[in-house]
Design a protein. Sequence first.
Length: 162
Amino acid sequence: MTDDAPESLIPYDEIVQEALRAVVGRVLSEVAATGELPGTHHFYITFRTKAPGVEIPKHLSERFPEEMTIVIQHRFWDLKVTDTGFSVGLSFGGVPSTLFIPFAAVTDFVDPAVEFSLKFQANEEDDDDLFDDEDEAGDEPLRAEPIEDGSNVVSVDFTKKK
């Protein structure tokens, strides 16, 4: 008898990630329906800027060539949610911009008001297609700090097989 688990013919990792991303969609849909955040809730959403379907202004994609974190808190407008992603209006340096972010591009979703966090792992083969090998010094993307206490943190790591 061996310790190796048999290869699954069911893509559990994809199914779980899709279900967890649906949580993000449901939360954003509820905010879009009311037009405001309830209580002290606010969101840090990190996404891959070169993922398929992402639509952000050129100056943002140049500043954040791989990953970017947006904050939905006080000043946002026109939040619209579809089955595949969401669009939102935000200001960057006083310049209003509209972004469209597919749920598949989201890598982190954090609501610090209640210490809730979802972290999504990108598939290794996707990384080669999505990112250039060039790193520019000083162009560190904005990042949401992970919550270390683990109280309401869901982390899914599909890179290791048990």
